[in-house]
Structure formats: structure tokens, C-alpha cells
Design a protein. Structure first.
Lengths: 160, 450
């Protein structure tokens, strides 16, 4: 089994954002390892994400809960729905270990979320820790560092 | 047009026994009067003393609209000062937290003050010789708030120089803070990280009322808590499988009306009250290994059991904080405008207790109260819809009638059915009182140094 090329790794990061923007959340859920974590720190210096409040720190169950909730008839904050839009800088490939089958990328991006007449912009950087599982690239960790995590926000309802 | 200023009767008329006029939520003049009177006359939470552990450590915040700095002086005492140089008005510090050393030095003209606010000096002092500066307010100390109290680490201040003392304002409601602190085997809490900060386009009182609104969770949170329960059940867990921490945190939001009715509500004078007299959504969390032993070693078994058997849900300290004793959380509802409120949610570590308790607390904060929380999303949706709906001229009154009994006396401590709106009525009773108590003489804002 050959390790993905740089282009394939970079394409994966772009494709992941595209699935979110197109609302293809079921396909998005399949991109993760079973123990994969989606983490958006509130305190960027926190060493143990579990002992300090995070904005998000979601395992498979919590990601699935979010996606399932979006389908509900009484999901009031999503009647009407939010839409989102990512603009990614080309991902940096920071580490590749072809022996173990792991890769780390860093991707600065802008994220726009919109609902009714409102729209807001967030600047952030995503760190993907990717692993090869049965020949497929999977996400073990996606860490999103907002430019301003300490700022006061209204509802942020989708995935960055 | 001034309808309410210096008109206490008009303000009081907004609160009836079973309903309140929408102006308490939407009217800009009422909001200004809240800032001037209500937030000056009451004891308002400032911060926790572990946010400023060392001499010179400060924390900047607001009480109502007043820029405030909480600072630890060289002798270890916490002081609460107006964050303004006595000279030209410049804020002395603007970082959220920091250390100013042995004194404040104004960045504009280098006037200096000790960390208890006492005037130190300024460059070219001889330029003031013979000018009478010492007789001017500018030649004196930084302005101090009317009164400060550090209660078991929780620092409160009253801006007004006259008013109820701390004990008579809070009375027996302090038992909720006591229980939260007693849950540490060392009787001590420490702040755990920065607060969540969540902007709400609604009036601050909607959030305070929501804290004891027990008829909304199973309705507004069906999409989050209901789905959480369904996914868990569909995974076919074994009968005796331990529920994951996240399920334990979210699932109780789907508890039945009977559960909330039976959990009870207690109200205290001056607008304070709490849900969860007999049990609460925090009652059925798994025991954390080792914790009870630590508590028994610290307090003896009987006392340890009594502390941990208390599972109060939300305690409202009027006017604008809520405390959750069993999970060491404090939320402050900071009024910014009639239709704008900043909610900050803090968590604390039980000093001497296992980390897993803090892990559950941090999880609760993030899953329920973050701007990224699916539970919070539906709450905010309701508040913002209410704020917009209240602009309707079709109806002008908001109902707080549930389980009302004629002749309610809010000076009595009462325990009632957990779905009563008595605590909301209690808050409005206190609101009318502290809005108007200083109105006749034209205002409650203290003179600096008075």
C-alpha cells in the first residue's frame, strides 16, 4: 500500500471543507477514525483540553449528535438553516511519516456562516493529524484555532 | 421623552403580581435607569479572588456601565476600584488580567496610585503648588466602589455608598455558594481557565429568568437532549453499561415535567432563589473514584454526605449571576443594552479533588453554555425571538403567573413546586424595589470618595 502523495493529502483537506460547505455531513462523518477528535480550544495554551473549557471537543458520538440534530423537525435554531463557506489557504504539510502512515497539515482559512439576514466571518487555522486506515486517509485530530477564541460570539452553528 | 426618570410610580407600575410590562425588556430609558439605580443599589458579582492570586494582580470588568478593576493589594486584600485615572479619565489598565506591580502608572501623564487606589504622585508636581489640587477630586485617590465583600473567594461590590449590607442582602441564599466551596476537601476553589463569552441579542433579565424556568428544557432542547438520548439508545448499550459522561450531562434536559415539578424551587428575599431543592439534573452523575474518601477524610462521613447530597440546580443571585454548586460553574449575565447581553460562563476547580470532577464541569460548560453548544443555540434562538416578538404592540404584557398564589410575600423563604414562576416574580419584586429606592432623591450613583 503506497502512502498518499502530497497532492492527495492537500486535496483531502480541501475536500473535507467542501463536504461541510455542501452540507454533506454523513459523508463528512466517515472521514474520521473511530477515536478521532474535533477540537476548537477556548484557551490556546491549554495543555489538557479536558480540564479547561473548550469551544468544542467532540468525539464520534458528539459529532454524530450534531449531524442528527440538524435533521430534526424541532431543531429551532436551524429553522431556517445556516449555511457556511470556507476559503482555504493551500495547506502546509508539516510532517509526513511514511513508515507509520501519518501526516500533519496546517491550513489557515476564513469561515463565513450565514442565517436569515445575518452573516459573520471567522479567521482560523486548522491542524489536521491524518492517518492511513486501510489505504484511506482519515482524521485523527482536527484542531481549529480561532484568531480570537477569547472574543464574545453569537451562535456558531456548523463545523469550521 | 422621559417617562420613567424620577418617576418611581411609573417604574413600579411595570410590575404587577402576575405579569410585567414589556418595557422592562425593550425600553432604553428603563435600561439606563437599571444601570443607574439597580446596578448601583445591589451587590453585584465582580470576580473570584483566584483570578488575582498575587499582589498587583488585577482583573478588569464592568458593574453596570462602570469600568471596574479588581486588584490584590500588597497586604493580600482585594480592592474594587473605578478603572479611571483621577486626572483626565484614562483607563489605567485595559488588559483583561495582568499584574501592575506595586502601583498603577497612568500611561497618559504618569500619575501613580498604590494598588489599593491611594494617590502616590505625578511628574513635575511643583506645577500644582498653590493651585489647590489637594482640594479637587482629581488630586485624591482613585474612586472606590461603595462597599466590597470577599465571600469565600467570591468578590461582590455595591457601587452605592449607602444600602443593604452584604449579609442582609443575600441572607440564607449564601448556602449555595457555601455548598459549592464545601465540595472541595480543602474548602477552596480556583478558577479553571478563561470563561466562555457568548453574545445574546436580548435583554439580560430573560437569561436570569431562564435559570429557574423548568418548563422549557424538554421543549426547547428536544433537538439536542432528545437526539442525544435517541442515539445512545439506538447504539443498544448493555443494560448495566455505564453511561458516557456526555450522555449524563445532556440527557437530564429531557426529564419529564414530573421530574421538574418534584425537584422544587426555593425563594429567598431580595430576588434570590434556586431550583433543585430535593434533587436536580445534577443528581445522577456517576461517583468519581476517590472523591468521597477525600471528602470523608476532610469533613467526617456524615458531613461529607450532607454536602454531597445537596444537588441544587441553578441558584440565582439577584441581579445577574447564576451558580451551579454541584458542578462549580458561575454564569454572569452582563447587560450591555436593552437588547444586548454578554454571558460569561466560568468554571472552578475543587482544590484537592480528583481531576475527573473538573473534566465533567468543563464538559458541562462546553456542551451546554458555549456559543458552539447545540443546547445554547436553541436557548438563544428563544431569547432573540422573544426580544423581537416583544416589539409587537398587539400585546404589551409578559406572563409570570404559573402557580401564583394571592398574597405572596417575598420576604418569606418559600419552597414550592419546581415549576412555579414564583422565583421570576421574586426577581421582579426585588427589581422594582432596587430600581426605585434611590429614585426620589434623583439618583444613586455615588460621589467619588463620598
Amino acid at each position: 500500500m503506497t502512502f498518499p502523495s502530497r497532492d492527495e493529502l492537500i486535496d483531502f483537506v480541501y475536500d473535507e471543507a467542501r463536504l461541510i460547505d455542501e452540507g454533506r455531513f454523513e459523508e463528512w462523518l466517515d472521514l474520521w477514525t473511530p477515536d478521532g477528535i474535533y477540537w476548537m480550544p477556548l484557551d490556546p495554551d491549554a495543555e489538557n483540553p479536558k480540564l479547561v473549557t473548550a469551544l468544542m471537543h467532540e468525539d464520534d458520538y458528539l459529532r454524530r449528535l450534531r449531524v442528527e440534530r440538524l435533521k430534526g423537525a424541532r431543531t429551532f435554531s436551524q429553522k431556517p438553516r445556516s449555511r457556511c463557506h470556507h476559503v482555504l489557504q493551500r495547506p502546509f504539510i508539516d510532517e509526513i511519516d511514511r513508515e507509520v502512515g501519518t501526516c500533519v497539515t496546517t491550513t489557515p482559512f476564513h469561515y463565513v456562516e450565514s442565517r436569515l439576514d445575518e452573516q459573520f466571518l471567522l479567521a482560523a487555522t486548522a491542524r489536521h493529524e491524518l492517518v492511513l486506515v486501510n489505504g484511506e486517509i482519515r482524521i485523527k485530530l482536527k484542531r481549529i484555532d480561532l484568531l480570537n477564541p477569547e472574543a464574545a460570539f453569537g451562535n456558531i452553528q456548523l463545523f469550521l | 421623552m422621559s417617562r420613567y426618570t424620577a418617576n418611581p410610580a411609573a417604574v413600579q407600575a411595570l410590575v404587577r403580581p402576575t405579569e410585567v410590562h414589556r418595557d422592562v425588556y425593550v425600553d432604553d430609558e428603563i435600561f439606563d435607569l437599571e444601570m443607574k439605580h439597580l446596578f448601583a443599589n445591589t451587590w453585584v458579582f465582580v470576580g473570584h479572588d483566584s483570578q488575582t492570586p498575587n499582589p498587583g494582580d488585577y482583573f478588569t470588568t464592568e458593574i453596570g456601565r462602570q469600568p471596574i478593576v479588581m486588584i490584590r493589594h500588597q497586604d493580600g486584600e482585594i480592592h474594587v476600584l473605578y478603572n479611571r485615572c483621577a486626572h483626565k479619565g484614562t483607563k489605567l489598565v485595559i488588559d483583561r488580567t495582568g499584574n501592575t506591580g506595586k502601583f498603577f502608572r497612568c500611561p497618559y501623564h504618569a500619575w501613580t496610585y498604590k494598588t489599593d487606589g491611594t494617590r502616590l504622585g505625578m511628574p513635575l508636581r511643583k506645577g500644582y503648588d498653590g493651585t489647590g489640587l489637594e482640594k479637587s477630586v482629581s488630586g485624591n485617590d482613585m474612586a472606590r466602589v461603595g462597599a466590597v465583600r470577599n465571600y469565600r473567594g467570591f468578590v461582590f461590590a455595591r457601587l452605592a455608598h449607602e444600602g443593604p449590607d452584604f449579609e442582609s442582602f443575600f441572607g440564607e441564599s449564601l448556602s449555595s455558594i457555601d455548598n459549592m466551596v464545601d465540595r472541595s476537601p480543602e474548602g477552596r476553589l480556583e478558577i479553571a481557565g478563561p470563561p466562555l463569552r457568548y453574545m445574546h441579542r436580548c435583554n439580560w433579565k430573560m437569561l436570569v429568568e431562564n435559570q429557574t424556568d423548568t418548563c422549557h428544557p424538554m421543549v426547547a432542547h428536544e433537538s439536542s437532549a432528545g437526539t442525544a438520548v435517541r442515539i445512545w439508545e439506538e447504539s443498544n448499550p448493555a443494560e448495566d453499561a455505564p453511561k458516557p459522561m456526555a450522555i449524563q450531562v445532556i440527557a437530564p434536559f429531557m426529564s419529564s415535567y414530573e421530574f421538574f415539578e418534584e425537584m422544587g424551587i426555593r425563594t429567598w428575599p431580595n430576588g434570590h432563589g434556586h431550583t433543585g431543592v430535593h434533587h436536580s439534573i445534577h443528581s445522577d452523575y456517576s461517583a468519581i473514584p476517590g472523591y468521597f474518601d477525600q471528602m470523608t477524610a476532610a469533613y467526617g462521613e456524615e458531613r461529607a454526605r450532607a454536602i454531597l447530597d445537596e444537588n441544587r440546580h441553578n441558584t440565582v443571585y439577584f441581579p445577574n449571576i447564576m451558580v451551579k454548586g454541584p458542578i462549580q460553574q458561575l454564569r454572569i449575565f452582563i447587560p450591555l443594552a436593552a437588547d444586548k447581553t454578554l454571558v460569561e460562563s466560568y468554571i472552578y476547580r475543587l482544590v484537592g479533588a480528583p481531576d475527573m470532577l473538573l473534566e465533567r464541569t468543563a464538559m458541562y460548560n462546553r456542551l451546554i453554555n458555549a456559543p458552539t453548544s447545540i443546547v445554547g443555540h436553541d436557548d438563544l434562538e428563544m431569547y432573540e425571538r422573544a426580544q423581537e416578538g416583544l416589539m409587537s404592540d398587539g400585546l404589551e404584557w409578559v406572563n409570570v403567573q404559573r402557580l401564583y398564589a394571592e398574597g405572596e410575600d417575598f420576604d418569606d423563604i418559600a419552597i414550592e413546586n419546581g415549576t412555579t414562576e414564583r422565583q421570576m416574580r421574586n426577581q421582579f419584586n426585588a427589581w422594582a424595589k432596587y430600581m426605585t429606592v434611590s429614585m426620589d432623591d434623583g439618583g444613586a450613583m455615588p460621589e467619588a470618595g463620598a
